[in-house]
Design a protein around this ligand. Structure first.
Ligand code: 5GP
Length: 194
């Protein structure tokens, strides 16, 4: 999506450790007009699919998912991060190992909001190693819902998570795929660019 690539080039900051900071329009301050364009783009890309629920993960996925959901006219469910294991059995739970943040956490969704008959689109801001998305995929599988695919705003292609998931047969649509970044020069190369 050219609009997004241009915005990343203009306002994105390449940090040490291959971290891309997009706090001015995506992860802290949020450009809602731009989010609306994301929604329209995903609606186009998944036009052949029936979707009745969007699933994301707290925290930064929620704002994006809410605006995107307006293009689909479906509810948004977000997986909650938790440190306490829920043993009561009324939630689906899965474990996420975040390499970026160097943490392991459990994510949960209530069984009453996800199950057979749901056709789920996953939405998240970043896809790097793929751990967050895999955690969400596990929740969908456990629930018996159908996984339609994943819509990602920025995929860091060089970390390999997206390609691994595609090879596993999951439809991953990313609006911008970063193939390399240079924190000294501040340059970003997108997949598909010369
Ligand atoms: P993964 O689980 O795919 O390795 O990483 C996904 C999560 O890590 C995203 O939801 C995002 O919060 C965070 N993340 C990974 N790489 C970056 C990055 O370069 N910049 C920002 N802002 N977040 C990132």
């Amino acid at each position: 999506m050219q609009l997004l690539k241009d915005r990343i080039r203009k306002d994105g900051k390449v940090g040490a450790g291959n971290v891309l900071k997009v706090d001015s329009f995506l992860n802290h301050q949020m450009d809602i007009q731009l989010f609306d364009q994301f929604g329209k783009e995903f609606k186009k890309r998944f036009a052949d699919k029936e979707i009745n629920k969007i699933l994301t993960i707290e925290a930064s996925g929620i704002g994006i998912a809410c605006v995107v959901a307006q293009s689909f006219n479906v509810p948004v469910l977000f997986a909650k991060k938790t440190k306490t294991k829920n043993i009561a059995g009324e939630v689906y739970t899965s474990r996420v190992e975040s390499f970026t943040h160097g943490r392991i956490y459990d994510i949960i969704v209530a069984k009453e909001f996800l199950g057979k008959g749901d056709k789920v689109l996953l939405i998240d801001d970043f896809l790097a190693n793929g751990a967050a998305l895999e955690g969400l995929i596990d929740l969908v599988k456990d629930s018996g819902a159908e996984l339609v695919g994943a819509g990602i705003i920025i995929e860091k292609g060089f970390q390999g998570g997206g390609d691994r998931l595609r090879e596993a047969g999951i439809r991953v649509e990313s609006l911008a795929i970063v193939d390399s970044m240079d924190d000294e020069k501040g340059t970003i190369v997108f997949r598909g660019d010369e």
